[in-house]
Design a protein around this ligand. Structure first.
Ligand code: UDP
Ligand code: GLC
Ligand code: MN
Length: 333
């Protein structure tokens, strides 16, 4: 339907790359809805051009910033004040209904059925499930709601310094009033949940429709070797499930990078794709597991247990997601 749209936001070139992948993933799954990208004026010309090729509408908006350093410091995300800019999505009144999606989300199958839901529908936040996560939500554009939301920001601020705090206090009955406004978690599966409830991920993860790379480290924080299909980056920063991260990079490198290359022409730009170089962590397509390089000295099983109990698990090595999963698989069998 022409009057319904998926909407995203990118205030800089990094998030714009996320928006490109998100847009491509929606198109690949044959959405019948319009695609809208709200962008900040900082997004470069070449990135704007690529966005225009993927999205039906690319609209430059004023960047709004909560400037709330105290609350943002609590989340260890000083950069998120800018997410107030998201609220502009309510001003898209040439659409009757929209689904907002963060630029760090990736669509794994057609999700047009989300438009059967009403404002404000969203999935629980994994950190506080009585709050919804504002990375994916169904809403109705309206100048009245837009005005009230901005007023709410001015009068009450945001308890987390970002849009999620404001939206949860504005739509404050979400947790208790209407279960049809609770989107199943598979529409906003954050990688955090994979680590906090692995058996549930094993049981239901295969049904995921949208993956959300929530947290400080985004897919574009890593680098990708085009030839060997390996992702490399910093061990401490790896928070996402390797398979989803690889899905993101495969789509980005195959469908988005060629478009960027065309736009940049002879100008140099950093696509994030490299020839494989030394790094602390390598995720291999063949194994889809984290492997250490170079090899670490061996540790006795007692030492390892002690480290685990002190909260110093070797998440990227012996205690990696895949090794834990393998162990669980043997129990489940
Ligand atoms: N965003 C943006 N520029 C920024 C930070 C955020 O455009 O500098 C937008 C982008 O759409 C992003 C959303 O705001 O996906 C929310 O931020 P983020 O995804 O980083 O928050 P998280 O989901 O990790 O809490
Ligand atoms: C979150 C959400 C994100 C939101 C941010 C700031 O964790 O995932 O969409 O912008 O908090 O409130
Ligand atoms: Mn996000």
């Amino acid at each position: 339907m022409a009057d319904q749209a998926f909407v995203t936001l990118a205030t800089n070139d990094n998030y714009a790359r996320g928006a490109m992948v998100l847009g491509k993933s929606l198109r690949n799954h044959n959405t019948s809805k319009k695609l809208v990208a709200l962008i900040g004026p900082q997004v470069s010309e070449p990135c704007q051009s690529v966005l225009k090729r993927i999205y039906d509408e690319v609209r430059v908006v004023d960047v709004l910033d909560s400037g709330d350093t105290a609350h943002l410091a609590m989340m260890k995300r000083p950069d998120l004040g800018i997410t107030f800019t998201k609220l502009h999505c309510w001003a898209l009144t040439h659409y009757s209904k929209c689904v907002f999606m963060d630029a760090d989300t990736l669509v794994l199958s057609n999700i047009d059925e989300l438009f059967d839901r009403e404002e404000l529908s969203a999935a629980p936040d994994p950190g506080w499930p009585d709050c919804f996560n504002s990375g994916v939500f169904v809403y109705r554009p309206s100048m009245e709601t837009y005005g009230k939301l901005i007023q709410h920001c001015t009068e009450h601020g945001s308890f987390d310094g970002g849009d999620q705090g404001v939206l949860n206090s504005y739509f404050s009955n979400w947790a208790t009033t209407d279960i049809s406004k609770h989107l199943p978690f598979i529409y906003n599966l954050s990688s955090v949940a994979i680590y906090t409830y692995l058996p549930a991920f094993k049981q239901y993860g295969g049904n995921a429709k949208v993956v959300h790379f929530l947290g400080k480290t985004k897919p574009w924080s890593f680098t990708f070797d085009l030839k060997s299909k390996q992702i490399s980056g910093n061990v401490q920063d790896a928070t996402s499930h390797p398979t989803f991260l690889l899905d993101w990079w495969m789509l980005y490198s195959s469908a988005v990078v060629p478009m960027l290359q065309q736009q940049y022409g002879d100008q140099p730009f950093n696509s994030g794709c490299v020839e494989c170089q030394y790094s602390e962590m390598i995720i291999c397509e063949s194994e889809q597991s984290f492997t250490h390089e170079p090899a670490e000295p061996q540790m006795s099983s007692e030492e390892r247990k002690q480290k685990w109990e002190q909260g110093q698990a070797d998440y990227m090595g012996k205690d990696s997601f895949d090794n834990i999963k393998r162990k669980l698989d043997t129990f489940l069998k």
